[in-house]
Design a protein around this ligand. Structure first.
Ligand code: ADP
Ligand code: MG
Length: 267
């Protein structure tokens, strides 16, 4: 197996990019000419209505699904250039639905995140990486538990920990906060910020627009398979755009202390 171990890319480098990517599934266009770049040192929030194509776009960027048209780059190379192991050394993915049918323990599952480094010098970090990931995801107390015995929110944190243990410079998180309480939602986004501050790139799908506004450096809005806005949260998260995209009247107010947009659906 060919294995080119990645060097860490400096901050501000484009680590992943989709260029004019289109994809049809079951005869329906799901992604339609999507271009998006992801840079090290930034948290990119991907938002948009149910069915907009967010998970599909993540699967294309992460190399789990080849597009019909367009190109995808990872670590400066066309994605098909890398073997599956080389891809896994460069990006980790927390999927929206984690289904694990065998009775694996939490610690076993998190340790699976280390598999790309098997047989490389970085395998020496396996134990530390697993311990740190369990700690960061606040699941150390569950380490011996069987995955299927955990609650939805606890399972989500195990999936997160597995992705963290992989220690790739690019992290894709698909609705990591969907099942989480307020404390753990904030903790996940804070973690994303800290990772980005350490030169990682984090792409996070969230439905809570206030989490996106409060934590993301950039927000990309996907609607019907197209990127309809991409930029600074203050410029992107406008009442006009959100009202149209979500087909519900939305108000946006500047936070009195920080000026960050506060998004409120009209009730
Ligand atoms: P999101 O994550 O934004 O909610 P997805 O990327 O999961 O949306 O899905 C986008 C659209 O693609 C949805 O309408 C979904 O039903 C459709 N879709 C996903 N997978 C398939 C498939 N295998 N065949 C047909 N349609 C699919
Ligand atoms: Mg999805």
């Amino acid at each position: 197996m060919r294995r080119q171990i990645p060097a860490r890319l400096p901050i501000g480098t484009t680590i992943a990019e989709a260029r004019e990517v289109s994809l049809e599934l079951g005869g329906t266009p799901i992604l339609d000419g999507v271009s998006l770049s992801v840079r090290t040192g930034e948290v990119l929030a991907l938002v948009g209505p149910n069915g907009a194509g967010k998970s599909t776009l993540l699967s294309v960027l992460s190399g789990d699904h080849a597009p019909d048209r367009g190109e995808v780059f990872l670590g400066g190379e066309p994605l098909p250039h890398w073997s599956p192991v080389e891809t896994a050394m460069r990006r980790a993915v927390m999927l929206q639905q984690a289904t694990i049918s065998f009775p694996f323990s939490v610690a076993d599952i998190v340790a699976m995140g280390r598999s790309p480094w098997y047989g490389t010098p970085r395998a020496e970090d396996d134990e530390n990486a697993v311990r740190a990931a369990l700690e960061t995801a606040d699941i150390t107390e569950f380490r011996e538990r069987v995955f299927s015995s955990l609650s939805g929110g606890e399972r989500a944190r195990v999936s997160l920990a597995r992705a963290l243990a992989q220690e790739a410079q690019l992290l894709f998180l698909d609705e990591p906060t969907a099942a989480l309480d307020l404390h753990h939602q904030e903790a996940v986004l804070q973690l994303a910020r800290e990772s980005a501050a350490a030169d990682d790139a984090v792409v996070v799908v969230v439905h809570d627009l206030n989490l996106a506004a409060g934590y993301a450096d950039r927000v990309a809005v996907l609607s019907h398979g197209k990127i309809v806005a991409d930029g600074n949260p203050r410029n992107v998260l406008t009442a006009e755009l959100l009202t149209e995209v979500y087909r519900h009247p939305v108000e946006v107010w500047p936070h009195p202390a920080t000026g960050a947009p506060v998004i409120l659906p009209r009730r």
